[in-house]
Structure formats: C-alpha cells, structure tokens
Design a protein around this ligand. Structure first.
Ligand code: NFE
Ligand code: MG
Length: 568
C-alpha cells in the first residue's frame, strides 16, 4: 500500500481540519476529512433563555461573525411566531450582505490566493506592464505603474530583510504555480489593498450592531434605535456613511475581485476540470427579507441532483438528517440511524486514537463533525450550489454573467463543476450580493422617510406570552453554505438546540452507507506532484473555504482533557 498523505492542520482556514489521502501511483484514490476539535455550543445552549441564544451561538465562529446569531434569532422568532419590523429586517439584510462581501473577499485574497499566486516571482514583474494589464480589465483608479512599483519595492525589502512574514512558508518552488510575474504582482498588490479595504467596510456592522466582530442583536428586531435627528441613534449621517461603504464594496468587487479571479483562472484552466466531487448541490435558501415564513427568497431553496440544472427540485426541510456512524458521538436510536435536527442529539463518544498517532481509524469513527445528508445523499453547499441555483432559475442576470465569463475563458458550462468553478462562483455571488445591497438600502431609507422608525417588536418579549411547547428553525445561507438552527422551547427554556453548519455538510466524514462528503469526494483523482508539498490538496480544500471552528470547541493534541470550562 502506498503511503497515506496526512495534512494536519490545513492552514489558512478557520479551525482544525485534518485530511488523510490514500495514494495510488501518486494519485489520490480515497480521501478522509476529519474535524479534530469538538464543539459544545449545542450543549451549552440547553436550559437557557431563548432570547439570549444568539449571543452564545454567535461565538461558534470568529469568521462568519454574524451568521449564527442570525440563524439563531430566526429560529427563535419562528418558534415564538414573532414578526420583526420592516426596518429591522432590512438592517439585518444589510449586515448579512456586509458579512458576505467581507468574508468572500478576505477568503479569496488572504486564504486562497496564495494557492495560485507566487509573491516571489512578482519581483520579476514590470510595473508598467502590470498597470497596463490591470487597466485593460477594469478602471480601478489605483492601477498605475507607480502603485505597482511601490508594492514591488515593499516585497523586495521584506525579502532582503528576510521578513517575508505573511508570505513565508509557501511551496514557492512548486511547478504548479503558473502565473506570469505581472499577474503575481497585480494579485499581491490587491492582497495588501484588501487588508485595508476590509477594515473599512465592516463599519456597516458597527453602525447597525455597535461592534465587529460579533455585533449586537435582538430577538424581535434590532438593538439600535432609529432617529434621523439624534446623534447617537441611526441617523441621516450614519445612513450616508452606509451608502458610501456600499458603493465602495461594489467598486472593489466589480473592479478588483471579480476581474482578478477571472484573470487568475485563465492561467489555470486545468483546474476548471477537477475537484468537483459529488454533483449534488443544495441551497436551503436565504429569505429576501428576514423570515422563511413569508416564502419570499433572495436565494431560492434549490436541490440540484447529478448536475441536472434543469431538473432542480424544491427543498423539503424534513429531508435533512444527520448521521454519526463515523463521528465521535452516539445516538439513543443506535449509531447507524440518522436523526432530523428537531430530534437531534449531541452526546460525545470519543473512540479515536490517543495523540500522537499516525493515522485515524477511518473504518470506524474518525471526526468530530456529524454527517448531514439531504434525502440520504451527500451534497455540496456553498457559493457554487447557490450560483448554480441562480443559474438554473435565471435570477439576477447570473446566467448571462456566467455564460459571458466562460465564453471569455473558452470553457463549457461543465467547467463550473470544479475547484476553479467554485472559486469563480464565490466571486460571482459576491457581485450579486454587493449590488443587491443598494436595493435593501433604498428600501430602508424610503421606509424611514415615510416616518416609520420602529426597529423592535415588543409584543412577544415577555415569556408569559409564549406557547409552553414550541419548535422553530432558522435558515441562513452563510458565506460557506446552507446553515440551519433548530430550537425546541419548553416552559420558556431551550429544551434542545441543533445547528447544522455549512462546513459540517461539506467536510463531514462518511455516513452509514459509506458515502463520502464533498471534501472527501472532491480530492479523488488529484495527482500530487510531491506528497511533501501537497499544494493540489490545498487548492481544492481551500476552494470550499473551510471553517472547522463552526463545528468545534476544544482541542488538545498531547493528552486527554486539559481545561475544564464551567458555564454558569
Ligand atoms: Ni465559521 Fe460559517 C460560514 C457558518 S461555516 S464560517 O459561512 O455557519 O461552515
Ligand atoms: Mg450540529
């Protein structure tokens, strides 16, 4: 048996992910994905007041810093039958748009780009030619020879001082780096530019939610008062700032991010042919306003099976189930049967090896992630699934845009079912989201102008108004894919709480039928140039934008338990 390649931890992600890949003649024959930390938030939430659940759920992750709060308040509002005022619902949409655009741009430049971009060869670039190239694809005002020269000088100084810092430890001699020096310089310049840019646009979260990361929320509305004449409330001046920031987002996405992805993709056409995996794509749906109950969708719930874009299906939420056959949990119904999240259980059952160890026992349990399945099938969630849904349903001009880009690259539609297709889909949906924000902003301003300042609905604040036994769910298309929170409230306290998270769908271990997840299936067939420098694995895994923190809680690589956390 050829050696098994282990990549642990996968870096430039959030959380701890281990990939084990079984090779045959240098090619990946089977791959296994494992979350090596354990989550406890579902347990911590039991017995709490549902109005504060969002504040705990939000701490599941530091990257998608709002999405678990949104999914949580949506679930609680669904259970308690609360309708939020129009202003609150639009403010939430603007905050969700902000996290999308922020998260996707940061993912591309700071987590994924160095899989394709080699900053060392950027030194050989001609800054004038780089400016020419940049001006050809967009009219971004910074694209001057001087600007690119300054960036190049900065990298040169860092290399001379042996302070490569953020660009340290890459596989820079790997022959898979194919970009010409000018494109490398362009991308490095935008890498640095995006670092600054992202600090600006999160101000939308601070304006509406007081801070970032982890802004403030409120079941029944938003925690920020609206008063055009007050200095401390959401006023005309702050709304003006939001408008500027939205314009700034659209400018960066349309003139920098999307053109960069297309330019880089054009040098890696072979990566438009591999790295898909399953062919099943699921979007659980993102409401146009705030709740799934009004059945108005920004991202329509869509299930695409076996790449069949025309035969898409509507989503049946009863068909979401989680297996734990290969996960370190146990179920009271036995470990081979799946549970719907309303009946979901989180009971730890670690049976894995004691660290340090060579390999996981993949025949048995091997991950802290559960295995969510839809209609008993493993599915991919995320930007590619959503963009395929928008393509299939011909919304927001996505079909035109994708067709135009693929035509420019001389690629067929099937090219979307790939590693690079996933990366392109993320940029396309960022363009859709950023531009859509103008509509939500205008709706908000029009509503405030009409004199409606309500931002909170107090009707159901008092627990005495709640049903004694009630359940609800909150849907949220998070940056990495379909997120759903499921809450059971009994006697005004949380009886059960389950979160089914995007990265759990994509990175899960095999299920009871031994079906691999999207990560596991996508790596099969990758030829590794050098198993010691597994750049090919990083490219495909990063194209999903993993976030294991969304599925984990504590990690100790040397012994058993080290820290006890008491939650009071
Ligand atoms: Ni921690 Fe998350 C997103 C959620 S992850 S980043 O997007 O939910 O799978
Ligand atoms: Mg869960």
């Amino acid at each position: 048996m050829e050696k098994r390649v282990v990549v642990d931890p996968i870096t430039r992600i959030e959380g701890h992910l281990r990939i084990e890949a079984q090779l045959k003649n240098g090619k990946i024959e089977k791959a296994y994905s494992s979350g090596t930390m354990v989550r406890g938030i579902e347990i911590i939430l039991k017995g709490r007041d549902p109005r504060e659940a969002w504040a705990f759920a939000q701490r599941i992750c530091g990257v998608c810093t709002t999405v678990h709060a949104f999914a949580s308040i949506r679930a609680v509002e669904d259970a308690l039958n609360i309708t939020v005022p129009k202003n609150a619902s639009l403010i939430r949409k603007l905050m969700i748009g902000t996290i999308f655009v922020h998260d996707h741009v940061v993912h591309f430049y700071h987590l994924h780009a160095l899989d394709w971009v080699n900053p060392i060869t950027a030194l050989k670039a001609d800054p004038s030619k780089t400016a020419e190239l940049a001006q050809k694809v967009s009219n971004y005002p910074k694209s001057t020879p001087n600007y690119f020269k300054e960036v190049q000088d900065k990298i040169k100084q860092q290399i001379e001082r042996k302070q490569l810092g953020i660009f340290n430890k890459g596989y820079w001699n790997h022959p898979e780096y194919k970009l010409p020096p000018e494109v490398n310089l362009l991308a490095v310049a935008h890498y640095l530019d995006a670092l600054d840019w992202q600090t600006q646009i999160v101000q939308i979260h601070t304006i509406f939610g007081g801070k970032n990361p982890h802004p403030n929320f409120l079941v029944g509305g938003m925690a920020s008062p609206i008063d055009p004449d007050s200095d401390t409330a959401i006023n005309i001046e702050k709304l003006g700032r939001v408008k500027t920031l939205i314009e700034n987002m659209i400018d960066f996405v349309d003139n920098v991010y999307l053109p960069d992805v297309i330019a880089i993709g054009s040098f890696y056409k072979d990566w438009f042919k591999k790295g898909e995996g399953l062919g099943n794509f699921l979007a659980l749906g993102e409401p146009y306003y705030d709740s799934h109950r009004d059945n108005k969708w920004f991202i329509p719930p869509t299930f695409i099976k076996n790449r069949d874009l025309e035969g898409f299906e509507e989503v049946d939420y009863k068909e979401i189930k989680e297996y734990i056959s290969h996960s370190w949990y146990k179920y009271s119904v036995g470990d081979e049967k799946p549970l719907h999240p309303f009946e979901g259980e989180t009971i730890f059952n670690y049976t894995g090896p004691k660290p340090p160890y060579d390999y996981l026992d993949v025949e048995s349990k091997y991950s802290w992630l559960k295995s969510p399945r839809y209609k008993d099938k493993p599915v991919e969630v995320g930007p590619l699934s959503r963009v395929l849904a928008l393509y299939a349903k011909d919304k927001y001009n996505v079909r035109n845009l994708i067709d135009r880009i693929l035509h420019e690259l001389d690629l067929p539609l099937e090219a979307m079912f790939s590693t690079m297709g996933r990366t392109l889909a993320r940029a396309v949906e960022t363009h859709v989201y950023a531009n859509q924000m103008k509509n939500w902003f205008n709706l908000l301003v029009d509503n405030i102008k009409k004199g409606d300042l309500q931002n909170f609905n107090p009707e159901k604040w008092e627990p005495s108004t709640w049903e004694k036994d009630t359940r609800g769910f909150g849907l949220m298309e998070a940056p990495r894919g379909a997120l759903s929170h499921w809450v059971h409230i009994q006697n005004c306290k949380i009886k059960n709480y389950q979160a089914v998270v995007p990265t759990t769908w994509n990175a899960s271990p095999r299920d009871a039928k031994e079906q691999p997840s999207a990560y596991e299936a996508s790596l099969v067939g990758h030829q590794l140039w050098n198993p010691k420098e597994p750049l090919e694995i990083l490219r495909t895994i990063h194209s999903f934008d993993p976030c294991l923190a969304c599925a984990v809680h504590l990690y100790d690589e040397h012994s058993n338990e080290k820290i006890k956390i008491k939650v009071t």
